[in-house]
Design a protein around this ligand. Structure first.
Ligand SMILES: Cc1cc2nc3c(=O)[nH]c(=O)nc-3n(C[C@H](O)[C@H](O)[C@H](O)COP(=O)(O)O)c2cc1C
Ligand code: SF4
Ligand code: SF4
Length: 591
């Protein structure tokens, strides 16, 4: 039997885990309370996206951090206020090869789109939406979130062809997120203690009414126009088209990546560029779609950029092609935006342009360049690769602190005032705008962090073979997992010496899609997702599990554990760890 890649947790289980973890150790899905974003009440970091307000300009890009409900919730706790939901498409039973993420230097992946069925994706987004509304008002968190968490935006992402997007499956996805009242009512009764008062809460029902069209994976250029019109006309959505870095053309990308940035290990294929949207066609498309959206009373914008398709010469992931993200993509995306602004003056909603089309951005944004990126005027600024690195969702708060510090240092009190001041400074320095100044910087004096040399450092290694119990206890598997699949529990005092170390690490297999990211970062030799105790909540998955596996079964308020054949000798230790000082961080398991 084919194992499902992911088995989402029920609303009951997620909220139960949140309450338990918070009560027992002040964490939520292992995000420590110190990494929860609390805004400075005197500094307004808000932006608008297609006319809608968001309390901060940053969030996770469509990808591994916006697929499961808890991912979105953890990002929100970290300060994200705009979420580009994982792309949904009609082919929702794809078999994605593993491992599919390699983020040890820059980023590469072979992930396609959602690994859940479309109805499952709907429920993940609705659950995340409901949990955020609950946590906003949950008294125990109020001292950490501040008095006003501010508005947030869920932006849908769909792909990859017109027929698929028109299909009843994808159409129903879009319409359900526009009015989720029915799904919310189905999920309400699942809200457990201590949140049951929220069963009667009036959740806002319009979860999303903007969409980003992902044009990767064979979305033919001529179809982009029809899809954007369909989304505007038939679904009444504000639309953003996510452009690909191929727009810059083979020669320019080849020269930037290889000569300017020194990535002699990136292999391009001319065919990728030939098959994709060409720059001149894109300019025509943007012009037409802007005026069409305008005539329909809607907005049309662009997103820079999706990943770059390259030849898989690394061999760590399967498949011939892979998709590059991270530092070098930042240079490509900014260069494309600079060209677009030059040829379409007055089109975009950017400082000095005075246009109406939003520009959203995801390409190699990190704590080091988030200030310069947001200063360009793009919003939202979303990221995937950076959140896959050590610290995971905990990396969002330092970005917001850096933005707050930049606003304060300029003497402004709002992000908008600071951006306007940055624009004026750039003009005074002889540039068209901050965007142009930033491009000059990242291809000139400030090129270092974008080069191959600047990204050559590999994760730390130690000379040790990973075992089920005990390890370096660096916590990396916990923080780099986009799905919150790893958890850490203290070793029971009587057992610490025997099994090694103060902390033990366990993986909830239902949430693990074997993406490989924890294996890349674990300093010991071996795959944590396979070697650490594998806990199954879903019985049929447990029954079909090959090798090491433990099943958590709930009976009343008790949780019991069974072991797969041959693993009984580990059961005693596992039960002691799960029943240790800080307890099992899962309760209300809905089997
Ligand atoms: C593992 C992974 C999966 C992704 N999945 C999607 C997707 O489903 N849809 C999409 O439009 N972009 C997807 N992306 C692209 C990101 O949304 C983002 O645009 C790109 O990675 C560049 O940002 P970054 O440099 O911060 O990673 C994915 C990226 C990664 C790394
Ligand atoms: S546990 Fe590891 S392999 Fe599994 S989803 Fe998380 S990072 Fe990926
Ligand atoms: S399993 Fe590996 S990554 Fe996880 S805590 Fe242990 S040593 Fe660190």
């Amino acid at each position: 039997m084919k194992q499902p890649a992911l088995t989402p947790m029920s609303l009951t289980a997620i909220l139960g885990r949140i309450a338990n973890e918070w009560e027992t150790r002040g964490r939520i899905f292992d995000l420590p309370s110190a990494r929860i974003w609390q805004p400075d009440p005197d500094i307004d970091l808000s932006v608008t996206f297609a006319g809608r307000p968001a309390a901060t300009p940053i969030g996770p890009a469509a990808g591994p951090h916006t697929q499961l409900a808890q991912n979105i919730v953890i990002a929100w706790l970290g300060g994200a206020r705009i979420f580009e939901l994982k792309t949904v498409q009609v082919l929702d039973d794809l078999d994605i090869a593993r491992p599919c993420i390699d983020a040890q230097t820059i980023g590469y992946n072979i992930e396609w789109s959602q690994e859940l069925s479309v109805p499952e994706s709907i429920d993940e987004y609705v659950k995340a939406w409901m949990i955020i509304e609950i946590l906003k008002r949950w008294e125990p968190l109020s001292g950490h979130l501040g008095t006003d968490t501010g508005p947030h935006i869920f932006d849908m992402s769909v792909g990859y062809d017109l027929a698929g997007i028109r299909s009843p499956k994808v159409a129903s996805f879009i319409e359900t997120l526009k009015d989720a009242s029915e799904r919310i009512d189905v999920l309400r009764p699942q809200i457990p203690e201590p949140f049951t008062a929220f069963q009667d809460f009036e959740f806002p029902t319009r979860i999303a009414d903007t969409v980003t069209l992902s044009t990767m994976h064979g979305c033919p250029p001529d179809e982009i126009d029809s899809i954007a019109r369909h989304l505007t006309d038939d679904h009444d959505l504000d639309v953003v088209v996510k452009l690909n870095p191929t727009l810059l053309g083979f020669d320019a990308v080849d020269s930037l990546l290889h000569e300017t940035l020194g990535y002699d290990d990136i292999s391009l294929s001319q065919r990728t560029f030939d098959d994709d949207l060409q720059f001149d066609r894109a300019v025509g498309l943007i012009t037409d779609l802007r005026s069409h959206a305008d005539s329909m009373g809607r907005s049309f914008g662009v997103k820079l950029t999706n990943t770059l398709e390259v030849n898989n010469v690394r061999g760590w992931m399967p498949e011939d092609r892979m998709y590059m993200s991270g530092a070098p993509l930042h240079v490509l995306a900014c260069s494309i935006l600079d060209r677009l602004v030059t040829v379409l003056p007055g089109a975009f909603d950017l400082p000095g342009q005075g246009g109406t089309s939003p520009v959203t951005f995801s390409a190699g944004v990190t704590r080091s360049n988030v200030v310069d990126t947001v200063a360009m005027g793009v919003a939202p600024v979303t990221m995937s690769t950076d959140l896959l690195k050590t610290g995971g969702y905990g990396r969002l708060k330092p970005m917001l602190k850096a933005l707050t510090a930049a606003v304060v240092a300029s003497g402004a009190s709002t992000l908008q005032e600071w951006r306007d001041a940055s624009y004026r400074d750039a003009v005074e320095a002889g540039h068209r705008d901050w965007l142009q100044q930033h491009v000059a910087n990242i291809t000139g004096e400030g090129i270092g962090p974008y080069t191959m040399e600047g990204n050559a450092k590999l994760p730390r290694r130690v000379d040790a073979k990973l075992q089920m119990w005990g390890c370096t206890a660096c916590n990396l598997c916990v923080t780099v997992c986009p799905n919150g699949a790893f958890m850490k529990l203290p070793s029971p005092s009587g057992l610490a010496d025997e099994i090694g170390g103060r902390w033990q690490y366990l993986v909830v297999v239902d949430l693990c899609n074997e993406c490989g990211n924890c294996m890349t970062f674990c300093p010991e030799e071996g795959d944590p997702a396979q070697i650490k105790p594998k806990l199954y909540l879903d019985e049929s998955r447990f029954d079909n599990a090959p090798g090491q596996a433990f099943h958590l079964v709930r009976s009343g308020s008790d949780v019991s554990v069974t072991a797969a054949d041959g693993w009984d000798d580990q059961l005693g230790t596992l039960v002691e760890v799960l029943a240790g000082d800080q307890g099992l961080p899962i309760r209300g398991i809905d089997l």
